[in-house]
Design a protein around this ligand. Structure first.
Ligand code: SF4
Length: 280
């Protein structure tokens, strides 16, 4: 435990911020492991070097969460690699849910939902975000390197049947999903299933050649589908409501929530136990 918090307290930026602003840490993003069963061409692996093969243990995660509760921790999100590859997931979720006043989120590629559904529960998970950029099997394979679209869609059907709060995360990609017809196909799919939909701007942490090839301006792209998001100074999350689905746009992480600073003061826990500022 001391080892994890060492980075936090030795970090001069946090020292001074805590003293000056009574620094709070409202959210923690835990990368459970570096491994994934897909191979998306834009993957930046949550900033976790692929050579990190370690997997953080449940007891250590719980200790970190209890410590950060003293800094106002309210939200925890499990990511990977692919978090549904984490063997002790059922036990971990159960333990986290018994910590008071904490919202629990998971971000997954959705390929293993059917296999792990017995280890999940809609009463424990406040929201499950599933990455799905396209409904076209050919493009899906092109992006992920795998032929798993059927697994993802059947997993999503299960989540719907069991009453989970689901959000689809779709990265906007030129020539892949940026045409009006592709955008509307994703929107219709989400609206028909009562899923929320979050469009995401391609990160510039992606390889430069790929970034140049696939970057789609989020505001111009979504305008084609009738979603006229404003590019204003505060850039807090705006949304459109279509029936029961909320449609949002997430632009580059560093620009998000400037007015509240909420996400900016979150932290990340890596599979090797290192606790980091959200950006570094
Ligand atoms: S599913 Fe996520 S973690 Fe896995 S390769 Fe794709 S972007 Fe990376």
């Amino acid at each position: 435990m001391k080892q994890y918090l060492f980075e936090l307290f030795e970090n001069k930026e946090y020292d001074s911020n805590f003293e000056r602003f009574k620094f709070k840490i409202p959210s923690l993003r835990v990368s459970l492991l570096g491994r994934c069963n897909e191979n998306c061409f834009y993957c930046h692996n949550e900033g976790v070097p692929k050579k990190i093969s370690s997997t953080i243990q449940t007891g250590d995660i719980i200790n970190v969460i209890y410590s950060l509760k003293n800094f106002g921790l309210k939200k925890i999100k499990f990511t990977g690699g692919e978090p549904l590859l984490y063997k002790d997931l059922k036990n971990l979720l159960y333990k986290v849910k018994h910590i008071n006043d904490l919202k629990l989120y998971i971000t997954t590629n959705g390929t293993l939902i059917r296999k792990r559904i017995k280890d999940l529960s809609p009463n424990i998970i406040d929201k499950i975000s599933v990455s799905l950029d396209t409904l076209d099997p050919k493009f899906y394979k092109y992006i992920t390197g795998k032929d798993y679209l059927y697994e993802v869609l059947s997993g999503l059907k299960m989540l719907k049947d069991y009453g989970y709060n689901v959000e689809i995360d779709a990265i906007l990609l030129k020539k892949i999903n940026s045409a009006k017809s592709s955008l509307n196909e994703l929107i219709d799919y989400c609206v028909n299933n009562d899923f929320d939909l979050q469009f995401i701007e391609l990160s510039d942490e992606t390889d430069y050649a790929l970034y140049s090839k696939f970057y789609a301006d989020p505001y111009l792209t979504l305008k084609k589908a009738g979603l006229d998001f404003l590019n204003d100074d505060t850039n807090d999350r705006q949304f459109f409501k279509i029936k029961n689905s909320k449609i949002t746009l997430c632009t580059k992480v560093k620009d998000v929530c400037k007015s509240t600073g909420d996400r900016c003061s979150g932290m990340r826990l890596l599979p090797n136990g290192i606790l980091k500022n959200f950006y570094y």
